[in-house]
Design a binder for this molecule. Structure first.
Ligand code: MN
Length: 219
């Protein structure tokens, strides 16, 4: 039996709709600029030939109802609602959830300008709120995707506005990493990203999936 110097960090996990088991999370990959209108609002050409990826640590996960704190070292925290795919035991997509790719937009802009990595802009503590997982096929591949802040719509789109669909994203990610059960992939956000402030109440929905709700807590 292994003897640890200190207690290992518990495995991050998601609840599963209608099931008592939890989904153990191994890794979080994210796709950048996967909706044409969002790519344009970020100053990029949406006709780019291949999706690009970045990652967040698994322990950046925040489950539905557990409120993330406003992060340190930023004055421009942004919301990005995203469809999340969950890789199951057979290596295929086993389920789906509503996620929010929280972003320190000011640090991302500085990283882009300096040609430096995005880790501090994207992979910070509590940067990956994610709702409960729904197993099986995606209920509606053309479903509306919508994020509200304090009851006001900020992001509205449809899943079939994606440049790369979930199967294509899984295939592309699989060329770069060995995908394993427990991997989550955030599939990009529609246009309308914008700032969050402490106290803001976020409601993120994709028709057919369990909604994601959280309130940004003071630091
Ligand atoms: Mn994103």
């Amino acid at each position: 039996m292994t003897s640890w110097l200190f207690a290992p960090t518990p495995v991050p996990s998601l609840p599963i709709v209608g099931r008592p088991e939890r989904f153990p999370v191994r890794r979080i990959l994210c796709v950048g600029q996967n909706y044409a209108a969002h790519a344009r609002e970020m100053g990029s050409d949406p006709s780019r030939p291949a999706p690009f990826f970045f990652s967040k640590p698994a322990d950046a996960l925040v489950v539905d109802g557990a409120d993330p704190a406003y992060p340190s070292a930023t004055a421009d925290l942004h919301h990005e609602i995203e469809l999340v795919c969950a890789v199951g035991e057979d290596g295929h997509i086993a389920g789906w959830a509503v996620g929010c790719d929280l972003t320190r937009r000011d640090l991302q802009a500085a990283a882009k300008a300096g040609g430096r990595p995005w880790d501090a802009a994207k992979g910070f503590d509590q940067s990956a709120p994610c709702g409960a997982l729904t197993l099986g096929a995606l209920p509606d591949p053309a479903a509306p995707i919508r994020l509200e802040v304090n009851g006001v719509a900020r992001q509205t789109g449809r899943l079939d506005d994606m440049i790369w669909n979930p199967s294509e994203i899984l295939a592309k990610a699989g060329e770069l990493w060995t995908l394993r059960p427990g991997d989550l992939i955030f599939t990009g956000t529609p246009e309308g990203v914008g700032p969050l402030l402490p106290g803001d109440k976020v409601t993120a929905t994709i028709a057919g999936l369990s909604p994601l709700n959280f309130t940004v807590q003071p630091q």
